[in-house]
Ligand binder design. Structure first.
Ligand SMILES: *Cc1c(COP(=O)(O)O)cnc(C)c1O
Length: 341
């Protein structure tokens, strides 16, 4: 496959238009067949549910070239099932999981010229999303929806080397205890923008959100789950029903246990425990795991022993093993690698 003429080395994490996207429409209680289109424009009514009441959810995953030259995706079945959960919570029709997977396949195949080469660290990022298109004024679910997947090439997350991040304990909350924190709703991001703009203006990379009910437990950042390592090498990830269940975090925990022989705990994590941990990382599709060196809470600062120069030992190992599984350099657990062609 002839590759597109783009400067692969200069790719960041932004939108670049690619030739094809998939569109399916929901009307009169059913999804239509759906098809690829070259038109990147969305035309909807001025009073569409998505515009007035933010009735929308999304997913994010990557297609990339494996060692054997095949184009693959990592566990897209989990994106399909998470999108189902998001849709149900937002009173939207479910886009069937098998159709989600075939739409992923269609979009990647059609834009194969934009899938970076093996070993580049770059990827074709896929953005499945769904939104309410029919007009509403009284607050109620729309009756019509659109499901789309577009693709955009993205560069390696750590192009300038992996540098540990500095976080701030946000004075804002991310998700209510029985709210929508556990689904990938656009509204969770709209309300995080002021908090992240504030953190950036103060010189921090990200926000650490506490549980809103007691503000004593660690939840997550705006878009990544936490993973901690303690003195014994145990991997600990926070449990809460207002955390978005990251596919990367779940995969890293499996790797820690089954590939690295570590003890893994998924439990409530109190902020007061953080000073006992030796490493901290942020898990998500974009970075796999990004090391955290420092967390600031008002006048107090927690400095992880792994420091501000390099990722901690376990964080680094976890990233190496998971990325090697993704690229086919080491054997993946059954069903983790989804081959496109
Ligand atoms: C998408 C997302 C993540 C990361 O999930 P992955 O499936 O690993 O990409 C974490 N937190 C939030 C709030 C998210 O929206």
């Amino acid at each position: 496959m002839e590759k597109a003429e783009i400067n692969w080395n200069a790719l960041g994490f932004g939108y670049i238009k690619t030739p094809y996207r998939f569109v399916a429409k929901y009307k009169d209680g059913a999804w239509d067949e759906g098809a690829l289109t070259t038109d990147e424009k969305v035309v909807i009514n001025e009073s569409a549910g998505v515009l007035q009441y933010a009735q929308t959810c999304f997913e994010g995953l990557k297609a990339y070239t494996a060692r054997n030259g095949a184009i693959v995706c990592f566990r897209p079945d989990l994106n399909a099932s998470r999108m189902k959960d998001s849709a149900l919570r937002l009173e939207m029709p479910v886009f069937p999981e098998d159709r989600f997977l075939s739409a992923v396949k269609e979009v990647v195949k059609a834009n194969a010229a934009y899938v970076p080469q093996y070993g580049s660290g770059a990827a074709l990022y896929l953005r499945p999303y769904m939104f309410a298109t029919s007009p509403v004024i009284g607050v109620k679910p729309s009756t019509e929806y659109e499901f789309r997947i577009f693709a955009t090439p993205v560069g390696p997350y750590f192009s300038g080397g992996v540098k540990p991040l500095t976080l701030k304990v946000s004075e804002f909350d991310r998700a209510a205890p029985r709210g929508t924190g556990n689904v990938k709703a656009g509204l969770n991001y709209a309300m995080s923008l002021h908090a992240i703009a504030t953190a950036h203006a103060e010189g921090f990379n990200e926000n650490l959100y506490l549980d809103p009910a007691t503000r004593t437990k660690v939840e997550e950042t705006g878009g990544a789950n936490f993973l901690f390592v303690d003195k014994n090498g145990t991997v600990i990830t926070p449990a809460s029903n207002s955390i978005l269940p990251s596919i990367t975090r779940r995969s890293l925990c499996y790797v820690a246990e089954k590939y690295l022989g570590k003890k893994v705990e998924h439990r409530e994590v109190y902020f007061s425990e953080l000073k006992n941990f030796t490493e901290c990382g942020l898990c998500g599709t974009a970075a796999v795991i990004a090391p955290v060196g420092k967390i600031v809470n008002g006048n107090e600062a927690i400095l992880f022993p792994s420091g501000m120069d390099e990722p901690g030992k376990t964080t680094k190992e976890l990233r190496e093993v998971l990325t090697a599984i993704q690229t086919g350099d080491i054997n993946a657990p059954e069903g983790w690698i989804y081959t496109i062609d």
